[in-house]
Design a protein around this ligand. Structure first.
Ligand SMILES: [Cu+2]
Length: 464
């Protein structure tokens, strides 16, 4: 099929589209320049200079939108699949594979009915392909290597062309050696804005997006274990862990949209504090208005995307996080024994004769871990690192803060700092008398012997 007949076929059923493209071969002679991003911080919204249909651009958490080149009436993008180093948190960098300098790759943003051409250059050490998750497109553009196309060989560039027929929330990722390539971070976001806003696609003041990620990075190492199937230890938003993840900033009363896609190997119940939201869309399209219900958590299954909308009408700093509590922590051992209530007195000294740097932990729960200065191997993300105005936050990983402020300028995404609560609106300590704690009587004699299992950080197994 030549290019012209491809567009003619793909445009069937799309109303009000501009005249068909007649792209000259000379215009196609050069690839669009490679635009790369070295900065892992959230970049401001990208407003295209050639916008015909105005839309509220998205802001990708700790990410960016890839600018396009307009070639006649086709929006052209150039994605480069390549090894990258992603700083997931200060002092914690991971060797990944991504696109255009970062993992996840840049967000692609177009308008419903746009003709798009994406050049994909493969600078990885193995073949790849790109699947455009959720899109209506010709079968040969769907990106499953072997099924729809030959894989993009090392050093080769392939061209994908289709019309963004359906408005909504999408993502892209390889379908070639995908367990390796996705475990290494190859993924990106795609947003197709509607041509007109409607009750199905209400206009918003702020539109955020990010992907959920999981990696298995041994403490002290730098490259994810690509053979891990379920037991991941680093959980993040857009390959970033809190507190590196940017806050979600909103002006009081603004309508906010957050789009989330899940390319991890487990589900994530994403929970917003202080507000109710509605799921207004999925990667399958807008949710019918009559089917929307108020929620404060939304479970996002593997391979799913959710678009949530709400009015930010409660000022403050509101947690926004995965509700699986171990997903709001950094690297930690999963095989540790629970020691709550176990009296270690007298045992520690004896263990330290065998393991000199043995530390007592967990006897009264793990709260102290938040402040504990524990020697960690180089390039290890601590379990919990967020510090708020009142001390350690106790959550890391898949966690950020929705910051709702009065008098915030439209389009101002800068971090406004911590919220100052008005007087007499914060939980406070009771200063009166407290009743005596009554304990249940012991019915069994205290154990005479303690069986202690000592585990050192990974790489130092063998002490028991
Ligand atoms: Cu989770």
């Amino acid at each position: 099929m030549n290019r012209r007949s491809f567009f003619q076929k793909s445009l069937i059923g799309v109303a009000g589209t501009a005249s068909l493209a007649a792209v000259s071969s000379s215009a196609l002679a050069g690839l669009p320049e490679v635009i790369s991003q070295k900065d892992n911080r959230t970049q401001g919204p990208w407003v295209p200079p050639q916008t015909e249909i105005p839309y509220q651009p998205v802001v990708t958490l700790n990410g960016w939108t890839l600018p396009f080149r307009l070639n006649e009436d086709v929006k052209e993008f150039h994605l480069v699949a390549e090894p990258v180093v992603r700083e997931m948190a200060p002092g914690f960098s991971v060797n990944m594979w991504g696109y255009n300098g970062q993992s996840p790759g840049p967000t692609l943003e177009v308008v419903e009915g746009d003709k798009v051409r994406i050049f994909v250059t493969n600078r990885l050490p193995e073949p790849t392909s790109v699947h455009w998750h959720g899109q209506r497109l010709p079968n040969g553009m769907d990106g499953v290597s072997g099924l729809n196309q030959k894989p993009i060989g090392v050093g080769k560039t392939f061209v994908y062309e289709f019309t963004a027929r359906r408005a909504g929330t999408f993502m892209y990722h390889p379908h070639a050696d995908e367990t390796t390539q996705m475990a290494m971070g190859m993924m990106g976001f795609w947003v197709t804005h509607p041509k007109v806003s409607s009750p199905l696609f209400p206009a918003v003041d702020r539109d955020y997006c990010f992907l959920l990620n999981a990696y298995d990075v041994e403490p002290g190492s730098k490259t994810p274990n690509v053979n891990t199937m379920l037991d991941f230890n680093i959980w993040g938003f857009n390959s970033t862990v809190y507190p590196q993840i940017s806050p979600l900033v909103a002006g009081l009363g603004e309508r906010v949209r957050i789009r989330v896609g899940n390319l991890t190997m487990t589900n994530h119940p994403i929970h917003l504090h202080g507000h109710e939201f509605e799921v207004t869309g999925t990667d399958g399209g807008p949710v019918p208005v009559t089917a929307r219900q108020p929620e404060v958590s939304e479970d996002i299954a593997v391979g799913q995307m959710r678009q949530i909308d709400f009015i930010a009408d409660e000022p403050g700093d509101w947690a926004f996080h995965c509700h699986k509590s171990h997903h709001t922590m950094g690297a930690m051992g999963h095989s540790l024994s629970t020691t709550i209530g176990v009296d270690h007195q007298g045992v520690v000294g004896r263990i330290q004769k065998l393991v000199p740097d043995y530390m007592l932990m967990g006897e009264r729960g793990m709260y102290d871990m938040k402040t504990m200065e524990m020697p960690l191997p180089v390039n290890t993300f601590p379990m919990m690192t967020g510090t708020g105005p009142y001390g350690p936050i106790g959550m890391g990983g898949m966690f950020t803060v929705l910051k709702v402020r009065e008098n915030l300028k439209k389009g101002d995404y800068t971090d406004p700092g911590w919220y100052q609560q008005p007087p007499n609106t914060q939980a406070y300590e009771w200063k009166g008398n407290t009743p005596k704690v009554t304990r249940a009587k012991e019915t069994a004699p205290a154990p005479q012997k303690i069986l202690a299992s000592v585990k050192k950080p990974a790489g130092h197994q063998g002490y028991n």
